[in-house]
Design a protein around this ligand. Structure first.
Ligand code: GCO
Ligand code: CA
Length: 261
């Protein structure tokens, strides 16, 4: 008998779950039965998100804190575990991108991307992981990227952070596997979200490039991530650890094809 994909009674915390891929993943986990907790730094974004979830029939608990601030994370995780329950599933989704050529990139801007996209997931995992290790079960999903594997002009900090996040995934899996904690990653290809809006506009050369570069021939829809997220959050993946599953319409499988083919 196949192990269950059901998430009934599980508590899932999705950082930055106020929009985009985080919201799509949280929605998928909720439909599989999980109780959803979202976070964001910005109170107003959280408020709007709670309303948007409600309109889709999903009740979420919302907590505002900064994933890069250790004391805030420590205190917030304690409050969530007290008010909602032990966190069974952590999705490290909060992140930013800065598209600036390396020669022009301010070091402080580079550091900011590393801080939010890599150090943040470490701090979150440390404090949520403590409870998981104590309880002898847990699932952590790190939101990786095509840039965990590939470079691209103008995203040196983002690629460094996402490549690092892939290795953080493997390292935490190594340390916590014996406590029945699975740490895996999802590597989205190119998805239609607000993050990609500036490079997705009709007529923008990048828009055409991505459609041509993706074997599926289109941008992903955020809801395409839900199945993988549910799998990695559920008992069905209990012996899957330290992996990044790329949900990319086939991008990493191929070198690409000549224009017009
Ligand atoms: C870019 C970035 C992001 C992508 C994504 C790809 O190329 O500018 O990589 O925009 O959304 O992370 O996996
Ligand atoms: Ca529980």
């Amino acid at each position: 008998m196949i192990q269950s994909f059901n998430l009934d009674g599980k508590v899932a915390l999705v950082t930055g779950g106020t929009h985009g891929l985080g919201m799509a993943i949280a929605t998928g986990l909720a439909k599989a039965g999980a109780k959803i907790v979202i976070n964001d730094v910005f109170e107003d974004k959280l408020k709007n998100a709670v309303e948007e979830y409600k309109q889709n029939g999903i009740e979420v608990a919302a907590y505002s804190f900064d994933v890069t601030k250790e004391e805030q994370v420590k205190a917030s995780v304690a409050i969530i575990e007290e008010e909602v329950g032990g966190i069974d599933i952590l999705v490290n989704n909060a992140g930013i991108i800065n598209r600036t050529p390396a020669l022009d990139m301010d070091v402080s801007d580079f550091r900011q991307v590393i801080d939010i996209d890599l150090v943040g997931p470490f701090i979150m995992s440390k404090y949520v992981g403590r409870g998981m290790v104590k309880r002898g079960s847990g699932k952590i999903i790190n939101m990786c990227s095509m840039m965990s594997e590939l470079g691209r002009n103008s995203v040196s900090a983002y690629a460094s952070a996402k490549g690092g996040l892939k290795m953080l995934t493997r390292n935490l899996a190594t340390e916590w596997a014996k406590y029945n904690v699975q740490v895996n990653g999802i590597g989205p290809g190119y998805f239609a979200t607000s993050q990609t809006a500036p490079i997705r506009v009709d007529g923008h050369p990048f828009n055409e490039f991505i459609i041509n570069r993706t074997p599926a021939g289109k941008w992903g829809d955020p809801s395409d991530l839900a199945g993988t997220a549910v799998f990695l959050s559920s008992q069905a993946s209990n012996f899957v650890n330290g992996q990044v599953i790329y949900v990319d319409g086939g991008i990493l499988a191929t070198i690409g094809k000549p224009h017009g083919e």
